[in-house]
Design a binder for this molecule. Structure first.
Ligand SMILES: Cc1ncc(COP(=O)(O)O)c(C=O)c1O
Length: 430
């Protein structure tokens, strides 16, 4: 197991002070911080071999191409894909999902078809499918959420039919930290002949992802949430499916040959990477993957569970002061859940279905005010809809405050958040 206090030293940003206090960064679900090795990889590219890829035969262009393609190989191994051709670089998760919605969706979705998403989706895994359904006169179906804030998988089984062409589901909710049973969801979808896209924006940074074991057809995720630079996303797709898809963007690099009135597409994966790619950031993403390999995704997952349990034990003490924790299967004497059974002041939740995110609200205090006071204390948290407006509204909230952890956070960081919480309660309740 790694030492979180030691690894924190690898991240230059933690020497920063906010409002005179050492930075406590609990907004990792938005974007993670970057270790020195990633920052160095970025400067090294610009200082020593800055060139375009796939275009020149001069030394630096060859070096840039090799480094860019090395990252692709690394991503392939990282998620246990079969081939580098199955890895397409995009700008982010959002673009990866849109790529599928256009390239696959335009050809494969017809009037009367059905697409299934769930009630926990980020806008990026909802709006592209709303739009595809609108363009094609197809129907969007939504897996409902139960009172314990887990998905209703029996309702899901009933939504599936021969009309289902795609199930697109988040592996980890950015509001609840909830991880649905993907194996079950994917198996059932395949039984009716539907393909499955997994939105791994949150999950790939926090636990081992094996696309072969999962048997998902597509997986989308972002480098910036897993120590890498912004501006790089990944779309994994099964080779046969990607081979049969047409490109979504057209121009240089994605063509093999061009006549005046016709063009012939390049091979996979380049047919989906039109124009000069984000070379520097893709190359630096390799350093992020190397760092994560060293720490170990299994270790990160275990540590996440530990930190979340610690945060829940700290924050649940303030339920009597109007603090509500918004996480699946959470039970306490003052819980919102009707399935509450506990009659003591202690609280429980199933940490095997939840990870690294703790949303909360405080009765009578707007989450933006909470985030402001936390910031005064040097603690960065997020407040708002978290790009999941339908879910937040379903929870009958206007927005939430959210703490999200990564392996460089410590119990001491959560203690600092508790101090900020106490200050918030004191300021507003007096
Ligand atoms: C679950 C989920 N899906 C998709 C996204 C979109 O990621 P990006 O903004 O990197 O495209 C996010 C971002 O927070 C997310 O949490």
């Amino acid at each position: 197991m790694f030492d979180p206090k030691k690894v924190k030293k690898d991240f230059p940003i933690f020497s920063r002070k906010i409002n005179g206090k050492a930075l406590v960064y609990l907004d990792n679900a938005s974007t993670s911080q970057k270790p020195k090795s990633v920052i160095n990889a970025l400067t090294n590219y610009y200082e020593t071999f800055n060139s375009n890829t796939h275009r020149g035969i001069h030394t630096m262009s060859e070096e840039a191409t090799a480094a860019y393609e090395d990252t692709r190989e690394h991503v392939m191994k990282f998620i246990n894909a079969n081939l580098p051709k199955e890895i397409i670089f995009t700008r982010n998760t959002t673009e990866a999902i849109n790529l599928v919605a256009y390239s696959w969706g335009e050809e494969n979705i017809k009037s009367g078809d059905e697409i299934i998403v769930s009630a926990i989706e980020h806008h990026s895994n909802l709006v592209p499918w709303q739009e595809l359904c609108r363009r094609k006169n197809a129907t969007l179906k939504i897996i409902p959420i139960k009172k314990d804030l887990t998905l209703d998988l029996s309702a899901y089984e009933k939504l599936l039919s021969k009309k289902t062409k795609l199930v697109s589901i988040s592996a980890m909710s950015n509001v609840l930290g909830y991880m649905p049973d993907l194996n079950k969801i994917i198996k059932s979808a395949h039984k009716v002949g539907s393909i499955v896209l997994v939105d791994g924006a949150q999950s790939v940074a926090h636990m081992k992802t094996d696309v072969k074991k999962l048997d998902c057809d597509f997986l989308a995720f972002s480098s910036h949430k897993m120590l890498g630079p912004t501006g790089v996303g990944v779309l994994y797709g099964k080779f046969e499916i990607l081979s049969n898809m047409n490109p979504f963007m057209f121009g240089g690099d994605m063509v093999k040959s061009v006549e005046q009135h016709k063009a012939y597409w390049n091979d996979l994966p380049w047919k989906f990477e039109a124009g000069t790619p984000n070379i520097a950031d893709v190359i630096a993403f390799d350093a992020a993957l190397t760092y994560l390999d060293k720490i170990g995704l299994e270790n990160i997952h275990k540590y996440d569970q530990k930190l979340l349990k610690y945060a829940v034990s700290k924050f649940s003490k303030y339920e009597k002061d109007g603090v509500s924790l918004i996480l699946p299967t959470f039970k306490s004497s003052t819980s919102r859940s009707s399935s509450t059974t506990s009659n003591s002041s202690s609280s429980t939740f199933d940490s095997s279905v939840t990870s690294s995110i703790l949303s909360f609200s405080i009765k009578g205090i707007h989450p933006h005010d909470i985030a402001q006071i936390f910031n005064d204390e040097g603690v960065a948290i997020r407040s708002g809809y978290h790009c999941s407006q339908p879910l937040i509204e379903h929870l009958n909230l206007s927005s939430t405050a959210r703490m999200s952890f990564y392996f460089y956070n410590t119990e001491a960081d959560i203690d600092r958040a508790e101090i900020a919480l106490k200050r918030t309660l004191k300021l507003f309740k007096n």
